[in-house]
Unconditional design. Structure first.
Length: 583
């Protein structure tokens, strides 16, 4: 499958900020209510027809072309029209200004201004006459160097010294330098033409909202000689002429999106992911790399990749703690730091999931490496509880998918992983540590209610936000795109394991209705499932009655509250007998 060119564009912007120049046409102003060149053209034809034929009904866009052909104007275009109906430059400026003089920046202008404010883009070329981008930049405290003709080019600082350099190749309506007619568009002022060519040659170029129909700019694009890429945003696939020809001449790539604002929102999201993972090892790439190594049987490559991910996790934990440990234990400080720790968690999850599915032996070793990291960080305070919380979140997510696919042995491996703090040993999934407690309180406070388990609710929302996870493991997600049911269903297995080991445990799944019953039914109908439970407690007799006795014997007294919940009683009854009757 061909890689979407937005990926290479994102890498170029993230790895080499300022190396890509934007080239903006009239399409970027659509969401600001500004008509495109085509819209102005159609409106102008309607005006011309009224002047020639009197007060007549407006034509449709198709009928406009028919009328032009009937009146001997089949070769008419936007520039020729303006030259005919407003032949002098001063009147033409007033005519054009009427379409945008009172407009405000739209969503696309805001996206572009954000890229500039973040330092990812420093050079912009535009054929637009309006000042909407300048307004969006001013709202962010940025005053660009604006060049609209040779005289302003000579008077302004050089492009290399600007936070933002804006070249308005067709002029600025307030400076009366606008270029519209065929004669004006055939040649740019010499200095502006040279500056445009230098930008095209020395930068990567992203063209947005531009049709490619201006003669002077087409020549400059065709003459481009650059080691950097060129990307052209198109609303149609394939793009309309003359864009395909220009892409071929410039070795450019088309990015297809419905609108400029949709494209920039997508780009900003990708750049945000790249910012969280500056090494380029995003969760998606880590997952796919390890999966490919497993599928190819490359044990050496797999070992090296898993070792790299183990060290990346450890280094990320150390850096996160060092960065935030002096921030105080306020909920505000912890909440502000959560996105960074979620990014570390997400990447580690991505490295473990393929192993869990394809190599049970390697899974045990990988989980052991994870628990060693956690045990080495068993310190007091929220900032030192990050490893316990990430292990808890990873374990539940991996286990939920394995249980959903009835991989009972591997699911039990996850459910019964233990960690030790030097004083006692307990299940990794028993709780999320001190950071988990803080998250529970933060989540409850933010939602204005007290959750039975706020960290559990936060886990649901966090996992639901991992787009790569839903793409690769759709079985984890319900019809509403949420993982709640399957996470809670797996927790039933965790609770059974805890009871058999005489471990106290909080049954999170009681907050999710009857989720546990799904797992109970599947386990009851799958003979190997109960057998796995008996192997887990070293019991030779594989039958439901014996399991019921063990549960009764081993359920610790201080978890008697579980008996208050019909979900617990019903799920256990189904597991043991296949019947949903409580008792």
């Amino acid at each position: 499958m061909t890689l979407d060119p937005i990926v290479s564009l994102s890498v170029s912007l993230a790895e080499a900020p300022g190396s890509v120049a934007l080239f903006l046409g009239s399409g970027v102003s659509v969401d600001a209510g500004i008509p495109t060149g085509w819209d102005i053209y159609v409106d102008g034809v309607q005006r011309l027809r009224r002047l020639e034929e009197g007060d007549v009904e407006p034509l449709s866009a198709d009928d406009v072309e028919r009328w032009l052909t009937e009146t001997g104007r089949a070769d008419f275009n936007y520039s020729r029209l303006l030259e005919d109906i407003v032949p002098d430059a001063a009147t033409r400026r007033t005519y054009i200004a009427g379409y945008f003089a009172d407009a405000s920046p739209g969503a696309t202008h805001q996206h572009v201004a954000d890229l500039i404010a973040d330092g990812l883009v420093r050079v912009v070329v535009t054929t637009n006459f309006d000042r909407l981008l300048e307004q969006a930049l001013a709202a962010r405290g940025i005053e660009p160097i604006v060049v609209s003709d040779d005289s302003s080019l000579a008077a302004m600082p050089r492009r290399e010294h600007a936070t933002c350099f804006l070249l308005k190749a067709h002029g600025d309506y307030q400076q009366e330098t606008i270029r519209n007619t065929p004669g004006e568009l055939a040649e740019l002022e010499p200095g502006v033409a040279a500056e445009l060519q230098a930008i095209l040659d020395r930068y990567g170029v992203l063209l947005v909202g531009y049709s490619g129909n201006d003669e002077a700019i087409r020549r400059a694009l065709c003459a481009r000689r650059s080691r950097y890429g060129l990307w052209w945003l198109s609303r149609s696939d394939p793009p309309r002429a003359p864009i395909p020809e220009l892409l071929e001449r410039t070795a450019g790539r088309a990015i297809v999106r419905e609108s400029a604002s949709e494209f920039f929102a997508d780009l900003r999201g990708r750049l945000a992911v790249y910012k969280q993972h500056p090494s380029g090892h995003t969760p998606a790439t880590v997952h796919d790399e390890i999966l490919a190594l497993l599928q190819s049987g490359d044990q050496v490559g797999l070992t090296e990749s898993l070792r790299r991910e183990h060290h990346a996790y450890d280094a990320g934990m150390t850096a996160w703690t060092a960065t935030h440990a002096n921030s105080g234990n306020s909920f505000a400080a912890i909440e502000a730091a959560l996105p960074d720790i979620v990014a570390i968690l997400e990447r580690r999850l991505a490295s473990i999931l393929p192993v869990a599915f394809h190599d049970s032996r390697q899974l045990t070793a990988t989980l052991r490496a994870l628990t060693r990291s956690i045990e080495s960080r068993q310190l007091h305070g929220h900032w030192h509880g990050q490893a316990r919380w990430t292990g808890w979140a990873i374990g539940y997510t991996v286990g939920a998918i394995l249980a959903r696919l009835e991989r009972w042995d591997d699911a039990l491996t996850i459910a019964t992983v233990t960690v030790s703090d030097g004083h006692r040993t307990e299940f990794l999934l028993r709780h999320g540590g001190s950071l988990g407690q803080a998250i529970a309180q933060i989540h409850s406070t933010n939602r204005g209610k007290k959750f039975h388990a706020g960290d559990w609710e936060h886990l649901h929302e966090t996992v639901a936000g991992f787009g790569w996870l839903s793409d690769r493991y759709p079985e984890l997600f319900d019809g509403d795109g949420q993982p709640r049911g399957h996470l809670s269903s797996f927790d039933f297995l965790v609770n059974i394991a805890a009871a058999l080991r005489q471990e106290a445990h909080l049954a999170y799944w009681t907050t999710a209705g009857n989720a546990a019953r799904d797992t109970a039914r599947r386990m009851n109908s799958e003979p190997d499932a109960i057998g796995s439970l008996f192997e887990f407690v070293d019991e030779p007799n594989v039958d439901a009655a014996r399991l019921g006795v063990l549960l009764g014997e081993r359920m610790p007294a201080h978890t008697h509250f579980l008996g208050q919940f019909p979900e617990w009683r019903g799920a256990v009854a189904i597991l043991l007998t296949g019947s949903s009757a409580d008792g």
